[in-house]
Design a protein around this ligand. Sequence first.
Ligand code: ZN
Ligand code: ZN
Length: 414
Amino acid sequence: MGTNWRIDHECPQCGGPITLEETDRFFSCDYCRARLHITSNGPFQYCLVPKNAGTDLLYFPYWRFKGTAYAITGIKIHHRLMDHTRSASSVSELPYSLGFRPQTQPLSFATRKVEGRFITPSLAFSKILLSMEKQLAGMGVQATAQDTLEKKYIGETASIIYAPFKRDGQKLIDAITQKKSYLIKKPLDDESLIAGKADTWRPEFFPALCPQCGWDLNGERDSCVFVCENCERAWEPIHDGLNEVSMGAVLKHSGDATYIPFWKIRPRITGIQLDTYADLVRLANLPKVVQKKWETLPLEFWVPAFKIRPDIFLRMGGMLTISAPENIVYENWKKPSIYPITLPLVDAVESLKIIFASLVVTKRKNYAKLPGIDISPLKSTLILLPFISRGNEFIYEEHNMAIQKIALRYGRNF
Ligand SMILES: [Zn+2]
Ligand SMILES: [Zn+2]
């Protein structure tokens, strides 16, 4: 299970102190009642707060990765939660990881307001991810094996966290503990190292108002799509505002329901004949007689639009892809109660091949083809499905599909 960091900041509207969690993308201020959503151009950037601030501090970058790694090896799909930090600078004498520190120390956004010099990351995130995998393998944990056909990272957070060090000649002293020091071989005033031009990154706060009708948008702190209950539109934050997401629902006409969100994605697939639902039935060897109308029914993938344990994620996505809900309406769905949308479309798209593999991988001739198959999205829609509450579970009656409430709750934490 991953852990969340806490970030101290101030309300951009009234200056009141606020504490955010790393995954927060929406907040309402306790002081001035502003409702804002938070975005970033590029990865979010944080820094550990030193005991004594000062202009003589050097801030060294670390990449932070949190997410689920999926790997298809032979006929098995492995998954592993990853939650790591790794040094992003070329100074090899510094600790390669921040360990547990970000969980126990206060963090702030790494904005220009923080005094000190920020070292520009010199190692790309993709390189770091590769070395993390190798390291895990060295510890006997197979994130991926040699014969791995495919791997994907889903629900990931890649952010940068800066750790402060105080300079003393060629030594860097940890400005958090103020104890550990590191002797650095490279000249510390080397331009290539210190070049870190004044970084202009800052988090962006925007009013959480519907761009169409001006109504307050609904969401929870970890929501990645906000819904306007007034005009029934859905909005996804992008770096400079909100982008409309098309949305529909399967309505339940009697009784209460909680509407749980899924991404419905029409794919473009190359490397294998897979365009229609009939193609999928044949490839996955489903125990169904292919009906004539399926030969022209476009294949659509269904992907949970919320964070949930990997095995449940694949199972629900697979079930709905095999047996797609019908009677979707695209307007007048009358404000149902919506479970928060916490898995963005980009992550859903990343998962398409893994969901596809989960349906077809038991046949050797299929999984041998996987490396040559490419799946990209053509059209995506957010669909709300009605689940009724029964004891410890939510149930989608049409498909007799159940999900444990506790699994949904745990899913919110990673
Ligand atoms: Zn405020
Ligand atoms: Zn609206």
